[in-house]
Design a protein around this ligand. Structure first.
Ligand code: MTE
Length: 325
C-alpha cells in the first residue's frame, strides 16, 4: 500500500480538499427517498405508521418515528470544516469500538443490535439547580438539532470523518443550571450484563463512564449526539444518545448515555481506571505525547488507508486551545 502523506493546513481547509459533498448529498437524497419508500411500504403492510415505542433502529435510515422524520436530516452547520473526505457510512458503521458488545470492531455492529434503545431516559443530576430526567423524545423536541462534520480520532491511531447530528451539551447544562461549585461533568452509560456480553467481565469498572471538566463540557464543540449520516444513530454508533468531543481521543466520546452528573471532584473513568498509563483523563489528541502502543504522530483513515499527520487537538485548536492555556 502506498501511503500518501499530506501536510494539514490547519482547521480552515482549502475548498478543493473538502468533502465531495455532492456525493454525500446525493447519497443523502437517495437515503431520504428510501426512507419514504420504506415508510410507504410499512404503512401499506401494516395499515399505519409504527408507534415510537415499538420502533427499533437497527436500520435507522428506513425506520424513523414521525418525530425523527421531521428532524432528520438536520441543517448542516458549516462552521466546522473538514480537511478530508467523509468516511463512507458503511465503513464507519462496521468498524466500531463498543466494548460492552465485542472487542472485535467488525462484530460490534451485529452484537449491539441487542440493546433496547427505546424507551430511553437521560437523568441529569448532581450539583445543579434543577435536576431533570429527559425522555429521548424530550431531548429531540427541546434542543435544536444540527449537523456537524467532525474529524474522529481514536487513540489506536485510526481516524474517520463523520457527519454527526446533535446539539451542544451546553444547551442541556444550561437547562439544568449547574451550581458554581460543579467542576466536572460525569457521563455514564447503561449496565445490562445480560444484554451486553462484555459486561460479564465483572472485574472491569462497568458501566462505561467518562468525564469532562465543566469548561470542556460547555465548549461549543462538545456535541450531545443523536444522529449520524443524516439519520438517528444506529446502535453500534451509540444509540440513542452519545457524546462527541472531537478534539479528544475517541474513548472520551461515550455511547448510550443514561446519566449525566455534575460533581465537584475528578471522577474515575472507565479506561483511565483500567490502564491509566495508556489512557489519560484529559486525552486531548496530541502528536507529541507518545502512547506505549500506538505512535501518535500519524493516523490512518479507515476506508481509504490514507495516512495523515496528526494535528494537536485534532485540528480544533482555534476552538479549544484556550481551555488549556
Ligand atoms: N462508549 C461506550 N459506552 N463503550 C465503548 O466501548 N468506546 C469508545 C467510544 N465510546 C466506547 C464508547 C471508543 S474507544 C471509541 S474510539 C469511540 O466510542 C468509537 O466510536 P464509533 O464506533 O462510533 O466510531
Amino acid at each position: 500500500m502506498t501511503h500518501h502523506i499530506k501536510i494539514p493546513k490547519g482547521w480552515e481547509m482549502p475548498e478543493h480538499d473538502l468533502t465531495p459533498e455532492s456525493i454525500f448529498m446525493n447519497r443523502r437524497e437517495v437515503l431520504q427517498a428510501m426512507g419514504w419508500v420504506g415508510a410507504l411500504s410499512a404503512s401499506l403492510l401494516y395499515g399505519c405508521a409504527p408507534g415510537s415505542s415499538e420502533v427499533t433502529n437497527a436500520h435507522p435510515e428506513t425506520n424513523l418515528t414521525p418525530l425523527e422524520k421531521k428532524l432528520y436530516p438536520a441543517t448542516r452547520v458549516t462552521r466546522y470544516k473538514l480537511d478530508r473526505r467523509v468516511t463512507e457510512e458503511a465503513v464507519a458503521a462496521s468498524y466500531n469500538n463498543y466494548y460492552e458488545f465485542s472487542e472485535v470492531k467488525e462484530d460490534v455492529d451485529h452484537h449491539a443490535q441487542k440493546l433496547k434503545t427505546r424507551p430511553w431516559q437521560v437523568e441529569v443530576t448532581g450539583l445543579v439547580e434543577q435536576p431533570k430526567t429527559y425522555d429521548l423524545d424530550d431531548l429531540l423536541k427541546k434542543f435544536h438539532l444540527e449537523e456537524r462534520f467532525y474529524r474522529h480520532r481514536c487513540v489506536e491511531a485510526w481516524a474517520m470523518a463523520v457527519p454527526w447530528t446533535g446539539f451542544p451539551l451546553k444547551a442541556l447544562l444550561d437547562d439544568v443550571k449547574p451550581l458554581s461549585k460543579a467542576r466536572y461533568v460525569r457521563l455514564v452509560s447503561f449496565h445490562e450484563p445480560f444484554t451486553a456480553q462484555g459486561q460479564i467481565a465483572f472485574w472491569q469498572p462497568w458501566p462505561y463512564s467518562e468525564a469532562l471538566t465543566v469548561k470542556e463540557a460547555m465548549n461549543e464543540l462538545t456535541l450531545l449526539t443523536t444522529g449520524v449520516y443524516g439519520h438517528p444513530l444506529p446502535k453500534q454508533h451509540g444509540a440513542p444518545v452519545r457524546l462527541i468531543a472531537p478534539w479528544k481521543y475517541g474513548f472520551k466520546s461515550i455511547k448510550a448515555i443514561q446519566r449525566i452528573e455534575l460533581i465537584d471532584t475528578k471522577p474515575q473513568t472507565f479506561w483511565n481506571t483500567l490502564q491509566p498509563h495508556e489512557y489519560g483523563f484529559t486525552a486531548n489528541v496530541n502528536p507529541d505525547i507518545p502512547h506505549p502502543r500506538w505512535p501518535q504522530t500519524k493516523e490512518k483513515m479507515i476506508g481509504t488507508g490514507e495516512i495523515r499527520l496528526t494535528q494537536l487537538y485534532n485540528g480544533y485548536g482555534d476552538f479549544v486551545a484556550d481551555l488549556y492555556s
